[in-house]
Write a protein that binds this ligand. Structure first.
Ligand SMILES: Cc1cc2nc3c(=O)[nH]c(=O)nc-3n(C[C@H](O)[C@H](O)[C@H](O)COP(=O)(O)OP(=O)(O)OC[C@H]3O[C@@H](n4cnc5c(N)ncnc54)[C@H](O)[C@@H]3O)c2cc1C
Length: 392
């Protein structure tokens, strides 16, 4: 049994702490709080959950496992946090091999998923908010949907407390406490030391700022998010308006149906703006809002003048190949870094903790090869293609 310090109580940290505790370790979870932290990527009203991952079978398979566990969590927690209302990725042009949508369609079809090809006027009639002329083709994944991610974190924090995890809210990691041959704990910003056998740093977009030696691998980017109050809410009810990606590799926009509070959330996935999660510039710019209005008028005409009731800049921790990074630092034994969400990690909440716990225990797990420490993948050497393979 080890004492493991988990830094950061977003979805990576909280699920890691729970999985480690289940395996008999003592877990200490450290976050400046309040939890769920308002600036964390995980703290949000919704995150898409889908198995559509282009031709990437590993993420598809991981998402399939996650989806079946999300259903179980709904029962186990006694509250519907996962809403299986469907997710569609649609295009303005006909899909063709190599497109994210086409490859997702093929992979999901081969794996026996319940899907529809969105290329008939009849099908589009079910979704009247969409401009029927503009979008022609795509894939609708029926056994997919969204989770209320902030509520998921809140629920898991309660679970962590009852599982005996030592929760250190109001504690801010400042640096690693490095011994001669391995990391022996952490130092908080008030100088207090917490000792542990292993340190898992799971601070999302804060990673390149709190561990400056990782700046070569990670880039924190801000992405704009908008909440709208539709004037015709009935058009945006979940059965008429599934979670969508609207030609996401071209426009970047994706969104969610009306929630309980009557809000439609639409966000843009893209290169984003590099910034610290604590930056005072973490606000949506007039240009981003103008671009958003233009997208609305082309895609959802009835939303084009809907009031924007809230905006937010949500932070990704990008890696250059679009893959997660759950790996021991070869130069600092005792340190595991678990991040690199690239804007698509939340859906895997039910399986993330197990993967991170395998990394801590040095257990064999084929995914840890994909998510390995990979200094060869330097920022700036890739293309944007990887980013759009793994959107939302
Ligand atoms: C706009 C947007 C849309 C997204 N949409 C989707 C989606 O639809 N589907 C999907 O699957 N995923 C989506 N994601 C990705 C998902 O949100 C992330 O994969 C996930 O939330 C990352 O969790 P995390 O735990 O790594 O980081 P975070 O949730 O950011 O948590 C990091 C934690 O670290 C803490 N921390 C920071 N500094 C310190 C410190 N010094 N000491 C201690 N703790 C610290 C913070 O307080 C915070 O609680 C989206 C992300 C964004 C930004």
């Amino acid at each position: 049994m080890s004492r493991v310090i988990v830094v950061g109580a977003g979805i990576n940290g909280i699920t890691a702490a729970i999985a480690l505790r289940k395996r008999g370790h003592n877990a200490v979870l450290v976050d400046p709080g309040p939890l769920p932290h308002p600036l964390a990527a995980s703290t949000d009203i919704s995150k898409a959950v889908r198995a559509a991952y282009g031709a990437d079978k590993e993420y598809t398979e991981l998402a399939e496992r996650s989806i079946s566990l999300w259903r179980k969590w709904n029962i186990e927690f006694g509250v519907e946090l996962y809403h299986e209302i469907g997710v569609m990725f649609v295009r303005q042009q006909k899909m063709k091999p190599g497109d994210f949508e086409y490859e997702s369609f093929k992979t999901l079809e081969q794996r026996g998923h319940k899907i529809e090809r969105m290329n008939s006027a009849q099908l589009w009639k079910q979704f009247p908010a969409w401009d029927p002329e503009r979008y022609q083709d795509g894939v609708l994944e029926l056994e997919a949907g969204y989770v209320e991610s902030g509520c998921v974190v809140t629920t898991l924090i309660e679970r962590a407390k009852s599982a005996g995890i030592e929760l250190r809210e109001s504690a801010r990691f400042s640096k690693l406490d490095e011994g001669d041959d391995r990391v022996k704990g952490i130092v908080l910003d008030d100088g207090q030391r917490i000792s542990g056998d292993v340190v898992v740093v799971a601070v999302g977009a804060w990673t390149p700022y709190v561990l400056p030696f990782t700046q070569k691998f990670f880039r924190a980017t801000g992405q704009p998010v908008f909440h709208l109050k539709p004037r015709q809410p009935e058009l945006f009810a979940p059965e008429r308006f599934p979670v969508f990606g609207a030609d996401i590799s071209m426009t970047g926009y994706y969104g969610f149906p009306l929630n309980r509070e009557g809000i439609v959330k639409i966000a843009r996935h893209g290169t984003g703006r590099e910034m610290s999660p604590d930056s005072p510039n973490r606000t949506v710019t007039p240009q981003e809002e103008e671009n958003f209005r233009e997208f609305l008028s082309l895609t959802f005409p009835t939303l084009s003048d809907a009031p924007i009731v809230y905006t937010r800049v949500c932070m990704y921790c990008d890696t250059n190949d679009g893959h997660f990074w759950i790996a021991p630092d070869p130069e600092r034994p005792g340190l595991i870094v678990a991040t690199g969400d690239n804007g698509h990690g939340f859906k895997f909440a039910p399986v993330l903790g197990e993967i991170i716990a395998d990394a801590v225990e040095e257990k064999s797990n084929p995914l840890l090869q994909k998510f390995r420490w990979r200094p060869e993948v330097l920022l700036g050497s890739g293309t944007d293609v990887a980013r759009f393979r793994a959107d939302a």
